[in-house]
Design a protein around this ligand. Structure first.
Ligand code: ADP
Ligand code: F6P
Length: 320
């Protein structure tokens, strides 16, 4: 395979630029032509495709976001829209595609493979860490560290005012950002969509801890686990404590990728180009027990990501 393209799709994530850089530099090192597609599948459909060179990815490794931009493109579920994307690829003589994104992106990739026989390699790039086949996705570790920064700051002011802090973080339907940030940040409570929780029990524990002299508490709420304002109001009413809500929002989506995400990006980008160079079967790349693995796209959405209940239990015990 001599000519390939790369795109970023879905929610952007720190490390996507480092990943694009790895794809471009590995392709050029293998004497392959490399093209960038702007704005995900929307750009592919519209033919927003440009040739990339080694200088295209200079001064990029440390930058958050994606210089190729990304887009949500729900219409890509329509096979006729997908057909336009395939026409764009053939107009440029592009034989293989690297897609960097999450679960939805991989569904689109699978359609390109199944419906049109396009050779595609998927790289897991999302802060959610919600893909069952890989231990980590590019962007997750940086996002958790950004949330940790917020927890440290919030602890200062909550402690000064004897308040309860409720911090909502992203993750769509996956509680991993909340769980990992909760454990690493020493949160007293971690509310995730995967595990039921009892607000009466939490309120009672907060009240009792206050009487024991623990005058502030940190609650991390994954966005899919409940309504932040309703939860805060309920705990305030039941415990009598002041509860302040912070929705961390899009801050956790940006920022310079940390070492882990830059290393993941380099390994994944390098591997993706090797697979296309060698005409391997279309697949998604992942990391399992620190080893780079590939799985067919059909395996990606089969299983829901297994929640780390052991880590959740550790979070609970260490917060007592
Ligand atoms: P992520 O890849 O982070 O999960 P999305 O869910 O937005 O983000 O998916 C990214 C893009 O993938 C969507 O904007 C759409 O273009 C495409 N996509 C999502 N789901 C499907 C699907 N079931 N079939 C085809 N394309 C899809
Ligand atoms: O998929 C990544 C993510 O940040 C989710 O955690 C979040 O729910 C979603 O994207 C937000 O989507 P958008 O950027 O389109 O508002």
């Amino acid at each position: 395979m001599d000519r390939i393209a790369v795109l970023t799709s879905g929610g952007d994530a720190p490390g996507m630029n480092a990943c694009i850089r790895a794809v471009v530099r590995t392709a050029l090192n293998n004497k392959m032509d490399i093209y960038g597609v702007e704005r995900g599948y929307a750009g592919l459909v519209n033919g927003e495709i440009t040739r990339l060179g080694t200088r295209s990815v200079s001064d990029m490794i440390h930058k958050g976001g994606t210089f190729l931009k990304t887009a949500r493109c729900p219409e890509f579920k329509d096979i006729e829209v997908q057909r336009k994307a395939v026409e764009s690829l053939s107009a440029y003589g592009i034989e293989g595609l690297v897609v960097i994104g999450g679960d939805g992106t991989f569904r689109g990739a699978k359609d390109l493979v199944d419906n049109f026989g396009i050779k595609v390699v998927g790289i897991p790039g999302t802060i959610d860490n919600d893909l069952s086949y890989t231990d980590y996705t590019v962007g997750f570790d940086t996002a958790v560290n950004t949330v940790l920064w917020a927890i440290n700051n919030l602890r200062d002011t909550m402690h000064s005012h004897d308040r309860v802090c409720l911090l909502e973080v992203m993750g769509r339907h996956c509680g991993d950002i909340a769980l990992y940030a909760g454990v690493a940040g020493g949160a007293e409570y971690v509310l995730v969509p995967e595990i039921p929780y009892d607000l009466d029990e939490i309120s009672s524990k907060i009240k009792k801890s206050y009487l024991r002299g623990k005058t502030s508490n940190m609650i991390i709420l994954a966005e899919g686990a409940g309504n932040r304002d309703e939860i805060a109001s309920y705990i305030h009413q039941k415990s009598g404590m002041g509860v302040k809500v912070t929705n961390f929002g899009y801050i956790q989506r940006g920022g310079s990728p940390n070492m882990q995400d830059r290393i993941l990006a380099a390994k994944f980008g390098y591997k993706a180009v090797e697979l296309l160079r060698d005409d391997a079967e279309s697949c998604a790349i992942g990391i399992i027990d620190n080893k780079i693995k590939t799985v067919p796209f059909s395996d990606v959405s089969k299983r829901k990501r297994e929640f780390d209940k052991d880590l959740y239990e550790i979070a609970h015990v260490l917060s007592l």
